[in-house]
Design a protein around this ligand. Structure first.
Ligand SMILES: [Fe+2]
Ligand SMILES: [Fe+2]
Length: 265
């Protein structure tokens, strides 16, 4: 099985022709499925991009959402839309709302977007203000304290979804692919070629996802976990343990790329 994997494509920055060319280049490799790691567009456009991709590529698209997909909207509304899309379109699967996907013999896929949950780095002393805190309803015009509470709450929801999915995967699984938007460990949170510092880490990484992955991978020592994430737009690979590997994927606005993954990889 051959997958096309991409993240942080930010398709709202592309002209129609460039979007069509991008889809054409994916079609040329004839993937059996697409893994799409979030930051697809914004609240008013991610649906259009997903439907167009589904119509054009006619292959299952397993996606998670990124923070930008909520811009100019609310978390609640965007997630309702993603859930609906997943129900009504035969090619679209919002991983947050799906049971684990069986990709091959003893190979499974799970995933959820996740949030920078403020638990890594130094949230209290960080003065970082992201566009998230202006353009996402639930995160805007609230105190710094409430922002922390909200982000930890969203982070916990995501981690609980992940735990629930991983628990449903049969014990004889040999390989589990996990797709996130937000990097799950400090060590996987590159920004501009380095690990993010304590000011940025609270918003760029999710400790709660990392804890869930580490716990589950320790319970299944004969199973390899391959985690794919993006969000920081800076790439790197790290092995957290012998069976838990994270790939953070680079990205550039206006220049979406994709990678071909062979499941035997
Ligand atoms: Fe992004
Ligand atoms: Fe992002």
């Amino acid at each position: 099985m051959k997958l096309a994997y991409m993240t942080d494509v930010h398709l709202n920055f592309l002209k129609a022709e460039a979007f069509a060319d991008y889809l054409e280049s994916i079609k040329e490799v004839n993937p059996d499925g697409i893994l799409l790691g979030g930051d697809i567009g914004q609240a008013n456009s991610f649906e259009f991009f997903l439907k167009t991709m589904a119509f054009d590529l006619k292959a299952p698209i397993w996606f998670v959402l990124g923070n930008h997909d909520y811009y100019h909207g609310s978390i609640q509304e965007v997630e309702n839309k993603a859930r609906e899309l997943s129900k009504e379109n035969e090619f679209l699967f919002w991983l947050d709302s799906c049971a684990p996907i069986k990709l091959g013999h003893n190979i499974y896929l799970a995933g959820c977007g996740g949030w920078g949950d403020t638990l890594l780095g130094d949230f209290k002393n960080s003065s970082v203000l992201l566009n998230d805190h202006i353009y996402i309803d639930e995160l805007s015009e609230i105190s710094r304290e409430k922002l922390g509470v909200t982000l930890r709450g969203e982070g916990l929801k995501a981690a609980n979804k992940l735990r629930d999915q991983l628990e449903q995967i049969p014990q004889n699984a040999e390989k589990i692919y996990v797709l996130h938007h937000v990097p799950p460990f400090r060590e996987s949170c590159w920004h501009a070629g380095k690990i993010s510092d304590n000011h940025w880490l609270p918003f760029f990484a999710s400790k709660l996802l990392g804890d869930a992955l580490l716990e589950e991978s320790m319970k299944r020592e004969h199973c390899t976990f391959k985690v794919y994430c993006g969000h920081t737009h800076s790439g790197g690979n790290v092995s957290i343990s012998d069976n838990l590997h994270v790939r953070t994927t680079p990205a550039k606005y206006g220049n979406p790329r994709f990678y071909v993954l062979n499941l035997e990889e």
